[in-house]
Design a protein around this ligand. Structure first.
Ligand SMILES: Nc1ncnc2c1ncn2[C@@H]1O[C@H](COP(=O)(O)OP(=O)(O)OP(=O)(O)O)[C@@H](O)[C@H]1O
Length: 267
């Protein structure tokens, strides 16, 4: 049974309780609170330097927190190593540069499936016997729309296809909580639209957190939006409520939406 299939022992898939993080004397995350329900899609937005990437690094265990608590399905995960957090059901998107460029799409995803099952890099001789991993990898290749590219090397994929492969690798272990860092960055408008649809499909039934700058993606994908400003979550609500929130308008969204409208008017 994968972690995603286990019944959560908590009302919340992910909880941040007064999380703080300092680098040296500078406090970057200043008491962040967030309660994400199972199956919710949440976008974290905020100005440059607000601490969005840092928050992802804290949740996924790359950095330790200075104080507070982080809970996954009710159980504390702060203080654990990234691989331990991953085993408990939280997966963070790999960067494109972490793909095995000389392996095919299928092989990349099969590696991720095997890794999630506890195999490391000495598994090659057993590959032919690992039917379950093969079947699961086939399903994921299809789910991320790369079936026609199944046997192509990762290095030969287009950028958008590499990002799709990255999503496939992220979901391969069956994690219940998925963290995606700017999943559509660098894509064209039409690629972005297709990609939002793909993310919606492959994360169906899972909890999704994205860090995102593109407001089109945010409003197209998120059930709720967390607005991070100076290391604090100043609003966590539906897209409509966040858009209408005067504090958010003042701190962030007013200027972002004005910039986007100006950019569109200029085209
Ligand atoms: N490892 C680190 N050591 C010291 N300072 C850091 C470290 N990582 C991040 N910071 C600082 O923390 C602050 C928040 O950075 P972070 O990258 O989390 O913001 P962000 O909201 O993701 O920004 P952006 O939208 O520009 O990506 C910045 O001032 C950054 O310089």
């Amino acid at each position: 049974m994968t972690v995603a299939q286990q019944k959560s022992s908590s009302e919340f898939a992910l909880e941040l309780v007064d999380v703080r993080k300092s680098f040296g004397k500078t406090e970057i995350i200043r008491g962040a609170n967030l309660k994400v329900k199972p199956g919710e899609r949440v976008a974290i937005i905020g100005p440059n330097g607000a601490g969005k990437s840092t928050l992802f690094n804290l949740i996924s265990g790359r950095f330790g927190i200075s104080s507070g608590e982080i809970r996954l399905g009710g159980a504390r995960i702060d203080g654990l190593q990234p691989y331990e957090i991953n085993r408990r059901g939280l997966a963070r998107s790999f960067q494109v540069s972490n793909l095995f460029s000389r392996l095919s799409v299928f092989e990349n995803i099969r590696c991720a499936v095997l890794w999630s099952q506890g195999h490391r890099y000495a598994f090659w001789k057993f590959l032919a016997d690992l039917h379950d991993a093969n079947d699961r990898a086939e399903e994921i290749v299809e789910a991320v729309g790369l079936d026609k590219r199944r046997d192509h090397l990762a290095v030969n994929l287009t950028y958008a296809e590499q990002r799709a492969l990255e999503i496939g690798i992220t979901i391969a272990g069956g994690s219940s909580v998925i963290l995606l860092d700017e999943p559509t960055a660098g894509m064209s408008k039409s690629e972005t639209k297709r990609f939002i649809q793909l993310i919606r499909q492959v994360t169906e039934g899972r909890t999704l957190l994205t860090v995102e700058h593109d407001m089109g993606v945010v409003f197209g994908l998120a059930d709720r939006i967390a607005v991070l400003v100076y290391g604090e979550v100043i609003a966590f609500d539906t897209p409509e409520a966040v858009r209408a929130n005067p504090r958010v308008q003042e701190a962030y969204l007013g200027s972002v939406l004005a910039d986007q409208q100006a950019a569109q008017a200029g085209h």
